[in-house]
Design a protein around this ligand. Structure first.
Ligand SMILES: Nc1ncnc2c1ncn2[C@@H]1O[C@H](COP(=O)(O)OP(=O)(O)OP(=O)(O)O)[C@@H](O)[C@H]1O
Ligand SMILES: [Mg+2]
Length: 414
């Protein structure tokens, strides 16, 4: 029996994989297609957690009591996150991630009827949180716990670059992989003719760079700047006759998508309840209390994401969420939204300028730009690319599964 090797892109928002038989990709349908990097734990501990699409739909169906975890990849480099208790069970970060990776492995094995022991996993150039050593160690442990025996890593933007056939475009290329948690870049030299596999070779990579922020941070900043002021962020309360400001950690953590499910167990709900009695904005705190109590924080982040995605189709976008204790309504114009994400596009610009410079090149030396990852769909990012590389050929297809495709190709070639 032939040993198959899996390419697995465990992303902050979505997970996708690909499997090759020689140089041909094996079509595994929905198993390999991008699905949310989500876990759902039922409050009844005898029910096994759900992962992927099933996890998200269970949470939004409201049919069961449970907890949805999103963005768990961002926890990898958080040294303060050692373990968490979910309905009485303790989990380390690696154990949580292994549930998701194991599900993928088991599904691929069931579909192919063959054991999958080798995996090439994607890794960002810089993990969100920037503690790369810890993150890699934890990710490797997660893969081992998921049953993989031989585990290799490849930079995500390099995998994206290696997914492209050298003949498709020539000269020097830049790859921008802008995802949910991280923004990653690589500069590659395209071969002048076809390579043996038809794909770019690893030696053609001239340099990599990246930073630990992307689409989720944009949504989190929107939540912090536009929604949190309606949830008591700037309120005061009295304590023993003195007026105090709202403790900042509540709203700072609430604005981090991956932190949302842990706020209740971290004592934030109790804190809000205590403060609400003497608050100058009791209605806002009661709303915050309800959101924390009923674990509805993900709905807020999801709506913030919908504003971002919807802003292109409409001239403006509305954030609207209704709860028992009140509603949140915020409108934003396209122009204001674009201003709002300027901080992010500036970081993308300086990362790219520095990387090209570090490779001993000028921006005008770049012949092609490969855009991948969901955040690459943002219009201001595309405008930036045409400013930086006005005459470059831009490729932007397979935004959500290009990295997985490249990883599968690498796995089958090594
Ligand atoms: N049409 C769109 N416009 C802008 N952003 C989008 C769009 N569609 C999805 N996104 C954003 O793309 C991000 C997810 O992209 P992707 O699936 O590539 O990330 P990921 O691979 O899971 O994350 P990472 O590579 O950072 O670990 C999310 O932040 C999502 O909000
Ligand atoms: Mg990605």
């Amino acid at each position: 029996m032939k040993t198959l090797s899996l390419g697995l892109d465990f992303g902050t928002s979505n997970t996708a994989c690909s499997l090759f038989d020689g140089s041909k990709e094996i079509d595994l349908g929905r198993i390999c297609a991008p699905s949310p990097s989500a876990l759902y734990f039922f409050s009844e501990s005898d029910k096994a957690p759900l992962s992927g699409r099933g996890a998200v739909s269970e949470y939004y169906s409201g049919k069961s009591k449970g907890r949805l975890l999103l963005g768990i990849k961002s926890l990898l480099s958080d040294a303060s996150f050692e373990e968490t208790t979910i309905f009485g069970e303790e989990y380390t970060c690696s154990q949580l991630i292994s549930i998701l990776l194991h599900r993928v492995r088991a599904d691929v094995e069931a579909k192919t009827g063959q054991p999958i022991e080798r995996v090439v996993l994607g890794r960002p150039v810089r993990f969100a949180g920037d503690n790369d050593e810890l993150a890699l160690e934890r990710l490797k442990l997660a893969a081992r716990l998921a049953g993989f025996k031989k585990i290799d890593f490849e930079f995500e933007p390099v995998a994206a670059a290696l997914s492209v056939d050298g003949l498709d475009y020539g000269g020097i290329g830049v790859v921008c992989d802008l995802g949910g948690g991280t923004s990653d870049f690589t500069v590659v030299k395209m071969p002048s003719g076809p390579s043996v596999s038809g794909a770019l070779e690893r030696e053609e990579v001239l340099g990599t760079a990246g930073f630990g922020e992307a689409g989720n941070r944009i949504d989190g900043d929107f939540v912090y700047e536009k929604i949190c002021p309606l949830l008591g962020r700037d309120s005061t309360f009295s304590s023993w006759g003195t007026t105090k400001n709202m403790p900042p950690q509540i709203h700072v953590r609430f604005s981090d998508k991956e932190r949302v499910p842990f706020l209740k167990s971290e004592g934030m709900l109790d804190l809000v309840k205590r403060i609400a009695h003497t608050s100058d904005s009791p209605d806002q705190l009661r709303l915050m209390e309800e959101i924390l109590e009923r674990n509805l924080g993900h709905r807020i982040h999801k709506s913030a994401e919908s504003v971002k995605i919807g802003i292109e189709t409409e001239g403006a976008a509305e954030f609207h969420e209704h709860f028992n204790s009140g509603s949140i309504d915020v409108g934003i114009s396209k122009g204001d939204y674009y201003k709002f994400i300027e901080g992010y596009t500036k970081k993308v610009r300086s990362s790219l300028e520095n990387l090209v410079d570090d490779c001993g090149l000028q921006l005008s030396d770049i012949d092609s730009v490969l855009m991948t990852g969901g955040t690459s769909l943002l219009r201001p990012v595309n405008v930036l690319m045409s400013e930086l590389f006005p005459s470059a050929h831009v490729i932007g297809d397979r935004v959500f599964d290009r990295v997985a495709y490249g990883l599968g190709r690498i796995a089958s070639n090594s």
